[in-house]
Design a binder for this molecule. Structure first.
Ligand code: EPZ
Length: 447
């Protein structure tokens, strides 16, 4: 079995021999970003809960370790099912090195504030694609009565929050932020009175975290729209089971991998409406996207026909997801002509472009726009996965390429893609994990 939930700190490469059309069926795992929010939320329950469809990926294991470091009991019932008992939590502090290993550790701020009225958390790390401030998270906590939430209160990278009591508030987010929406929602569940989050993010994982919290006994309405209303409750009773939604970004990555290899793949256990921004663009480019109730088949009737160039702009859901931007640029490389990718969410998410250029891509980046000159005949090269989705893009290019590609620091890809090596092998790809060459560095923070 493909093993990708290995210990923190291991580094390795993928060796991919490209040129084989991917064919067959594939199952999508639980959503990474939903699971990270839900696991953090689980510490607010006044009992136990069981989570199903949890993806077996490194970031999730780090989050479980963070819960254990707070004193929670986390038991694996199988590889995808976990029983969490937070009643033994004995601290509101999370400031060790685990915190900076994953971005989503910032959810412990909202969850601990909700649970204990206090939180002392190290600032999170994260993929390096420009500034990643948390000012909106802190502003939300401050409006709910938390002291210590001003930027000047942050001491040696530690945020010390305390609310006595935490109360409901009207929170306007001047930028749509997934993390700030979830964090505000977490704290508001246990705050006294009503909270309104205005200009909230609407991503599928926001809805999933809200559904999970409501199953715990929270009162949240409007998740998935831009106004979320929460009435705080004193207790969140436990003893229930919740299943995480499928991973929209994993599904999109396999749709693109199928397309660029001229393959024919049916992707199961996804929610087709979550895929609409990508499906619409792929149809525009000439790919066949056949939707079932919980599946999508990607293929072409005639692989010799033209692939049309297009223009894509990332934006918050239901816009085109930034987390599919690098993989989509690989797709645009297959078009017969010039396409345009406008990255509208992150300041600097084109660092993978020089790596793709080593494989033959012809892309010019100007500020937040990449001009992608199509008809790239990718060829194998040694490249580096600079972050999770950049790595996923390189995998797509390597599967298409003539020759062998080595993707260094592939452990960054494993943080977000469950058993990717085995899943791709099942579709006919030639891919394996190999030891790193010494010149490549150590593991770092992610996502
Ligand atoms: C989440 O990050 C995801 N991470 C990211 O996925 C994803 O790229 C991002 O949402 C956007 O969809 C997780 O869910 C763990 P944001 P998050 O707050 O919450 C600005 C992946 O590959 N902003 O929605 O950190 C910010 O600079 C990862 O799986 C502020 O200005 O993103 C950005 O421009 C990478 N102040 C925009 O908002 C704040 O306080 C959106 O960021 C917060 C954000």
């Amino acid at each position: 079995m493909d093993q990708n939930n290995g210990s923190v700190g291991k580094t390795y490469a993928y060796e991919i021999k490209g040129g084989t059309p991917l064919k067959g069926d594939i199952e999508i795992s639980g959503s990474k970003n939903a699971a990270l929010g839900v696991i953090a939320a689980s510490i607010m329950v006044d009992g136990v809960c069981t989570l199903e469809n949890v993806p077996d990926i490194l970031d999730v294991h780090v989050m479980f370790d963070l819960l254990r470091s707070l004193g929670a009991k986390v038991d694996a019932l199988d590889n995808h099912t976990y029983r969490i008992d937070p009643t033994s939590i004995n601290t509101f502090r999370a400031s060790g090195p685990l915190v900076s290993r994953i971005r989503a550790s910032y959810y412990l701020m909202g969850a601990l504030l909700g649970r204990c009225g206090k939180a002392s958390i190290r600032l999170p790390g994260g993929c390096n694609f420009g500034q990643r401030p948390i000012d909106l998270h802190l502003k939300a906590f401050q409006l709910m009565g938390a002291k210590g939430a001003r930027p000047s209160d942050i001491n040696s990278g530690i945020v010390n929050l305390e609310a006595d009591p935490l109360h409901g508030a009207r929170i306007y987010l001047d930028i749509v932020s997934v993390g700030a929406t979830i964090n505000a929602m977490l704290a508001a569940c246990k705050a006294q009175g009503k909270t309104e989050i205005i200009n909230a993010a609407k991503e599928p994982h926001i809805v999933d975290v809200a559904n999970f919290l409501n199953s715990m006994g929270a009162h949240i309405k409007g998740a998935g729209t831009d106004i979320i209303k929460i009435t705080g409750v004193p207790v969140l009773p436990g003893n229930f089971t919740y299943s995480i939604i499928p991973d929209q970004i994993e599904a999109g990555t396999y749709m693109i991998a199928a397309a660029v290899t001229n393959g024919d793949v049916t992707i199961h256990n996804l929610i087709p409406t979550h895929m609409e921004p990508l499906s619409a663009k792929m149809r525009e480019m000439g790919y066949q996207i056949e939707e079932g109730d919980e599946s999508i088949r990607v293929f072409r009737y005639n692989y010799d026909e033209e692939v049309y160039p297009t223009s894509v702009k990332t934006s918050p859901y239901p816009g085109f997801p930034t987390d599919l931007q690098p993989q989509t640029v690989v797709l645009l490389c297959s078009a017969d002509g010039q396409s345009r990718m406008h990255e509208n969410v992150w300041q600097n998410r084109f660092q993978y472009v020089p790596e793709l250029a080593k494989m033959g891509a012809n892309i010019n980046v100007y500020e937040r726009i990449a001009w992608v000159n199509g008809k790239t005949g990718f060829r194998g090269a040694t490249v580096e996965a600079t972050d999770l989705r950049a790595g996923a893009a390189l995998v797509c290019a390597a599967l298409e390429a003539e020759g062998t590609t080595y993707i260094m620091n592939a452990q960054r890809i494993d943080r977000g893609y469950e058993h990717i090596v085995q899943k791709l092998r099942d579709l006919g790809a030639t891919i394996s994990r190999v030891n790193h060459t010494p010149e490549y560095g150590e593991e770092d923070t992610e996502a």
